[in-house]
Ligand binder design. Structure first.
Ligand code: RIB
Ligand code: CA
Length: 316
């Protein structure tokens, strides 16, 4: 029996790279059954992330997608945002109309809980690609749902690549380390797309050109987002393009062979001010701490962009 389509909930803080993940999911109906999108405060505040999620669905021609607003702040810290990377709107790069599709009334955390209780155990995958606040809050509010989760595939953390928001921490984990700690200790099957993998999938000029050559509104929108989004990383790392972090989560579900990594112990620093949000990954197996995460270290960039471009083109 095929594993497809995988029932998933995307938990997200759009974000141009989040947008590409949502488009990849919507362009892959054979493999992905998107049950809903839950916005979280992260790159920009919740009002914007929940609006951006709907803008993305409308760009994809999918105003039917259920979009929910989740938590508006981390569990224990004040919100840190990333307008310096994503712009004031969080989706800078092209002007998009205010969405007309509805924002669901139900709180996103309650949607996660209700969906996991309704669907058969082990059949729903959670795909967080922002701070883990919604997931952790749902687990705290309804501990019975934890064992019902098929898998969590998340974008976050770093080991060899170290931090992108502080010297020690990647943004999604840094914003809400307490939430990440709950998720990484939950016992749920966990696959992690850290910067070690996402920094391998850079939007180089030829890859950006491939979107521009769609020759339609969708291509124009995607090119606008990616053109804007890459500035931060090119300036900071001198890289050949912006790393498309979040679509790696969806690409993994569709073609897991695009990625490689190790099943290791990963724990989250929550106490130290200096290294708050660091993912302490035992890549070399120097401790006897229990292994809890498939931590990706490499990605087939050409294969990833071939998949992403082909699937997003379908939406045009
Ligand atoms: O560190 C990269 C992550 O932080 C991505 O998910 C990006 O969208 C931001 O949320
Ligand atoms: Ca994100």
């Amino acid at each position: 029996m095929s594993d497809f389509p995988r029932k998933i909930i995307i938990d997200t803080d759009p974000g141009q790279d989040d947008a590409m993940a949502i488009l990849l999911a919507l362009g892959s109906p054979e493999e992905i059954d998107l049950l809903g999108i839950v916005a979280v405060a992260g790159n920009v505040p919740i009002e914007r992330t929940s609006e951006n999620a709907r803008k993305i669905c409308e760009v994809a021609g999918r105003p039917d997608v259920l979009v929910f607003a989740g938590c508006d702040r981390p569990m224990a810290h004040t919100l840190v945002t990333a307008e310096h990377v994503h712009g004031k709107t969080g989706l800078d790069g092209i002007e998009l109309p205010t969405p007309t599709m509805p924002l669901q009334k139900q709180h996103g955390v309650d949607f996660i809980i209700e969906t996991l209780r309704r669907e058969a155990p082990g059949t729903v995958t959670l795909c967080p690609m922002g701070p883990l606040t919604n997931i952790a809050t749902a687990f705290e509010k309804a501990p019975d749902i934890v064992e019902r989760v098929q898998e969590i595939v998340l974008m976050g953390g770093a080991y060899f690549e170290v931090g992108n928001i502080t010297p020690a921490a990647e943004f999604n984990i840094y914003v809400d380390p307490e939430a990440a700690d709950i998720v990484f200790k939950s016992g749920v099957k966990l696959t992690v797309m850290p910067l070690d993998a996402t920094h391998k999938v850079l939007v180089t000029a030829p890859r950006l050109q491939a979107f521009k050559e769609f020759g339609n509104h969708l291509g124009e929108v995607v090119a606008g987002w990616l053109d804007f989004f890459e500035r931060f990383d090119i300036e900071k790392y001198g890289s050949k393009g912006g790393p498309l972090h979040d679509p790696t989560v969806i690409a993994y579900l569709i073609k897991p062979g695009l990625f490689s990594g190790r099943f290791i112990n990963v724990e989250i620093e929550t106490q130290s001010k200096l290294t708050r949000g660091m993912t302490v990954a035992d890549w070399w197996g120097v401790t006897d701490r229990p292994k809890n995460a498939m931590f990706m270290g490499d990605a087939d960039a050409d294969g990833f962009f071939d998949l992403l471009t082909e699937r997003v083109r379908r939406l045009g």
